[in-house]
Design a protein around this ligand. Structure first.
Ligand code: AP5
Length: 215
């Protein structure tokens, strides 16, 4: 299956991407994670991307599209993938279609995750990530305020999870990314799942929506 996951910041895309991709045995690819990995390694791509990410802006298309093209060319992407965070505007959606058409394939489904704005702000203000493995968690779930429950390594807060940056990311989502929901609805590719409630219930809802589509 070739799936695109779409939704506002903090809807739980990264969290659900891992569960769904593992159930479907396809790789999950997050452009945000790839950028953060470049930033962490101090590459020139990471330096270019960081100032846009810290401001809550989209990284320019020419940087993002080349990076995604390289990732899709890797061997594990040939039998399907779950894309988290791409496409994020009309130009990226068009390029993705062209890349897949060149490979003789196309998208099977676009899964939209939704959550109320108050819940999004609550989630992002408490989100923490570990330096060692990138595990994502929330302060409400931590046994120790500074350490990852899963691997014990030190946690940090993303620079773009500051309140004013979160607000800007939501504006960018509404203006540039949300119109893709209409675009994919028209193409009969969109399914929408409410991403509030326990993690496993959200996964079950998403898997049920994907199965219905597969039948
Ligand atoms: P990216 O990393 O993609 O950020 P985002 O889309 O804003 O999404 P988030 O990672 O903030 O949230 P999420 O929906 O994945 O939520 P999560 O699962 O972590 O992109 C970052 C930046 O990179 C962009 O701003 C841009 O600059 C750049 N970028 C990336 N892609 C780009 C592109 N295509 N073009 C241009 N620029 C690009 O969950 C959030 C929190 O909620 C966590 O603490 C989690 O534990 C908690 N949580 C999750 N589910 C639940 C639940 N059911 N109940 C309670 N808590 C929950």
């Amino acid at each position: 299956m070739r799936i695109v996951l779409i939704g506002p910041p903090g809807a739980g895309k990264g969290t659900q991407a891992r569960f769904i991709a593992s159930k479907l045995r396809i790789p999950s690819m997050s452009t945000g994670d790839i950028f953060r990995s470049h930033v962490g390694r101090g590459t020139s791509l990471g330096r270019d991307a960081k100032r846009f990410m810290d401001a809550g802006e989209l990284v320019p298309d020419e940087i993002t599209i080349d990076m995604l093209r390289e990732r899709l060319a890797e061997r594990d992407a040939t039998n399907g993938f779950l894309l988290d965070g791409f496409p994020r505007n009309a130009a990226q959606a068009q390029i993705l279609d062209e890349m897949l058409a060149e490979a003789g394939t196309g998208l099977n489904v676009v899964l939209e995750l939704t959550a109320a704005e108050a819940e999004i702000v609550r989630r992002l203000s408490g989100r923490r990530q570990c330096r060692a493995h990138g595990h994502v968690t929330h302060t409400d779930l931590l046994r120790d305020a500074d350490l990852c429950n899963l691997c014990g390594s030190r946690l940090y807060q993303r620079d773009d999870d500051r309140e004013e940056v979160v607000r800007h990311r939501l504006e960018i989502y509404r203006a540039q990314t949300y119109p893709l929901v209409g675009h994919y609805t028209q193409r009969n590719l969109l399914v929408t799942v409410r991403a509030e409630g326990p993690f496993d219930e959200v996964t079950d809802r998403a898997m049920a929506a994907l199965r219905v589509l597969d039948e």
